[in-house]
Write a protein that binds this ligand. Structure first.
Ligand SMILES: *Cc1c(COP(=O)(O)O)cnc(C)c1O
Length: 362
């Protein structure tokens, strides 16, 4: 392969070319230190600036003020599945989970190890082809928090509008759609995301947490697993995933330069429309997994008339420079992950390929 492909990988996923080029250009000598960002102390001024900029730009893009902190942690979104109940699921309370896919199931599984849980709504019986409607949600009598998965990476569904439950803290796994569109971040007490889909490389997890949640947590939790520890130390309690945080700071600059969440949201909506239109206008040749009202603008899942055609589609697409389209086994078929860094040209190329494939094999 002599050129870059259109990369539809689900995660780790494509990063903006401009950011990769910037990282390449300053890899050997970061900010006149005479060293790579990979080689400097996390206690140095140069790194502290990167860390502070990443937090400040994240809050700026989300429109959040002094009542929130942004933490850069390790252990992936999967460790957040456990850290959330460890820190907030106290005796006498129930943790309420809305199940909309495999990742929410995994989050619930960890909470069950810690305390009492409740499934407030689920669309499991429909193979998660839609997000539960607001009228289906039934909370427990004393929830510590409500947990949702904003975008279901595997099934290709996404909350169109977020619910609120008064004073009950709302927490969300935004691993696969953080910063993909404008939304009211202040509705959430906690937002977390593994970086490797929409923010940067794997190895760093972003946690956006409302400050009042940092008080009154059980003191029996190991130090590294307390949000309070990381907030007090500006994510520098121990050696942070410094290269990952650096990459995030550059991706955040890139989002800002591209119109912030409003600009990126328009870009993503137009991109997704190209592919959904190809599905809807195929006369049933391509069938979307997600119900139209629950469709994700980040992960587009679809099937072909049979599995042989699906295999041929993925293989021929790869030859044409469209990579990573094979779907997840729980849905089958194809999945196009079109995160922020996926270009409009990439989506156009996929749409053209879909039309051509149907013309030849339909
Ligand atoms: C990828 C993904 C995860 C898992 O993230 P890790 O960082 O690998 O732990 C969790 N939730 C969602 C929604 C994801 O897309």
């Amino acid at each position: 392969m002599t050129t870059r492909i259109h990369n539809f990988n689900a995660g780790p996923a494509a990063l903006p070319l401009e950011v990769l080029q910037e990282a390449q250009a300053e890899l050997l000598n970061f900010n006149d230190t005479g060293m790579s960002i990979l080689e400097i102390s996390h206690r140095s001024k140069a790194y502290e600036e990167v860390n502070a900029e990443a937090e400040a730009t994240m809050k700026e893009l989300l429109g959040l003020g002094d009542d929130y902190r942004v933490l850069f942690l390790q252990g992936g979104a999967s460790l957040q599945f456990a850290m959330i109940p460890m820190n907030f699921l106290t005796p006498g309370k129930t943790a309420d989970y809305i199940l909309s896919g495999s990742w929410s199931e995994k989050a619930l599984k960890e909470a069950k190890l810690i305390g009492q849980t409740h499934v407030a709504a689920t669309t499991a019986e429909e193979n998660y082809k839609r997000i539960p409607s607001l009228s289906e949600i039934q909370l427990s009598s004393n929830p510590a928090y409500v947990h949702i998965t904003s975008n279901n990476t595997i099934f290709g569904t996404q909350w169109a509008e977020f619910p609120t439950f008064g004073d009950i803290p709302l927490m969300t796994d935004m691993s696969s759609d953080i910063l993909c569109r404008p939304f009211d971040a202040s509705k959430f007490a906690l937002i977390y995301a593994g970086a490797q889909k929409n923010l940067g490389p794997s190895g760093v997890t972003v946690v956006i947490i409302r400050k009042d949640l940092l008080e009154n947590n059980p003191k029996t939790i190991p130090t590294m697993l307390r949000y309070e520890t990381h907030a007090k130390n500006d994510s520098l309690y121990n050696t942070p995933p410094s290269f990952g945080v650096y990459m995030i700071s550059r991706v955040l600059r890139w989002i800002k330069a591209n119109g912030g969440l409003a600009g990126i949201g328009e870009h993503n909506t137009a991109k997704a429309k190209l592919i959904y239109d190809a599905i809807d206008q195929s006369g049933g040749y391509y069938r979307g997994h997600a119900e139209p009202g629950s469709r994700s603008i980040m992960n587009i899942t679809f099937r072909l008339p049979n599995e042989d055609l699906e295999k041929a589609f993925a293989a021929e697409a790869a030859k044409a420079g469209l990579g990573g389209l094979k779907g997840h086994r729980s849905v089958g078929g194809l999945r196009a992950s079109v995160y922020n860094a996926m270009t409009r040209e990439g989506c156009q190329a996929l749409r053209d390929f879909m039309l051509e494939f149907q013309r030849k094999n339909g």
